[in-house]
Design a protein around this ligand. Structure first.
Ligand code: PLP
Length: 232
């Protein structure tokens, strides 16, 4: 018998594929980031056994302890950092994560670049954009995005692969649509500049409540926690 987590995972993957097909997109172009923050190692191991390939964590200390506790199975998946990162934790983030979704300043990106150089790694990252301009949210202002990306392009140990956003919380997924659309438009704007080494391959957008709308608007990475693991 399938566990609740395995069933939920399968169901979410089906809904993602269906949303992609309905939007005329190839379901293979959309990847599910299984958001395991706050859930214990045993639960995450269950998700990995059920086929979770990308795990998303918000906090460095929690992720570090959990990955250690999960043991060898943790090496079978790709770990993504989706939460805010402080520069003084950039070194640990570079050690643990294949993709950092939440870069929102030149200072942080430079520190990641420095730590990645020391580790002999090219760190993949996304720029978090505060599309709604909410005071309480992390993320760069859309007006500052192009300048930031131009400044990051020459850095040798990071590669900016796309954009991420968290729209304002709403019960109705349609409320998120204009924000997702805006993020997709910003990515097109960046690509239009034709900056050497910069191509917006990834759009990280959509959570449990609105991932289907995000897929319709071009998401390549959707970050889903609650719909797989239950309430935190
Ligand atoms: C917690 C979190 C998610 C997952 O949200 P759910 O509503 O539980 O699916 C996605 N993205 C970020 C940045 C998060 O912090």
């Amino acid at each position: 018998m399938m566990s609740g987590i395995a069933e939920n995972l399968k169901h979410i993957e089906q809904r993602i594929a269906e949303a992609a097909r309905e939007a005329g997109r190839d379901p293979a172009d959309v990847h599910l980031v299984v958001v395991s923050k706050t859930f214990p190692a045993g639960t995450v191991r269950e998700a990995i056994s059920a086929g979770a390939a990308i795990l998303g964590e918000s906090r460095i200390q929690e992720a570090k302890a959990k990955i250690a506790e999960i043991g060898p199975a943790a090496a079978n998946v790709s770990w993504h950092l989706i939460g805010h990162l402080q520069s003084n934790k950039a070194k640990t983030a570079v050690e643990m994560f294949d993709l950092i979704h939440s870069v929102d300043s030149l200072h942080l990106a430079e520190e990641i670049n420095r730590q990645a150089a020391k580790a002999g790694k090219v760190q993949r990252l996304l720029i978090e954009v505060n599309v709604a301009g909410e005071e309480s949210k992390f993320g760069i202002n859309p007006d500052e995005l192009l300048e930031l990306i131009k400044a990051l392009a020459p850095l040798k140990n990071i590669v900016v692969e796309g954009l991420m956003t968290i729209p304002p919380y709403a019960d109705d997924p349609e409320v998120s649509r204009p924000y997702f659309r805006r993020l997709a438009a910003l990515a097109v704007e960046v690509d239009t500049l034709g900056i050497a080494g910069i191509r917006m391959k990834e759009l990280s957008m959509g959570m449990s409540g609105d991932f289907e709308v995000a897929v319709q608007e071009g998401a390549t990475l959707v970050r889903v926690g609650t719909a797989i693991f239950g309430a935190r």
